[in-house]
Design a protein around this ligand. Structure first.
Ligand SMILES: [Zn+2]
Length: 72
């Protein structure tokens, strides 16, 4: 859906060589978990944080601070 993230399944390789926690909430990532690589932040995010970030991003993957979005 979004080209701001690459969705992946957590592998042993990623957990050992990159990270085993979410870059945002620091919850544990386990092998087989759905994770998302944040191409702006160069970090892996859990499903929940990915969703929250997506909700706050515009088309250019920029974080929008205003609550009022142009979703219509
Ligand atoms: Zn998270």
């Amino acid at each position: 859906m979004s080209n701001c993230f690459i969705d992946q399944i957590a592998s042993q390789d990623i957990l050992l060589r990159v990270t085993n926690v979410c870059g945002e909430c620091y919850s544990d990532i386990k092998v087989g978990d759905q994770i998302y690589y944040d191409m702006q932040g160069y970090r892996y995010l859990c499903k929940t944080c990915h969703q929250e970030l997506c909700d706050r991003m515009n088309q250019e993957c920029e974080i929008i601070h205003e609550d009022e979005g142009l979703f219509g």
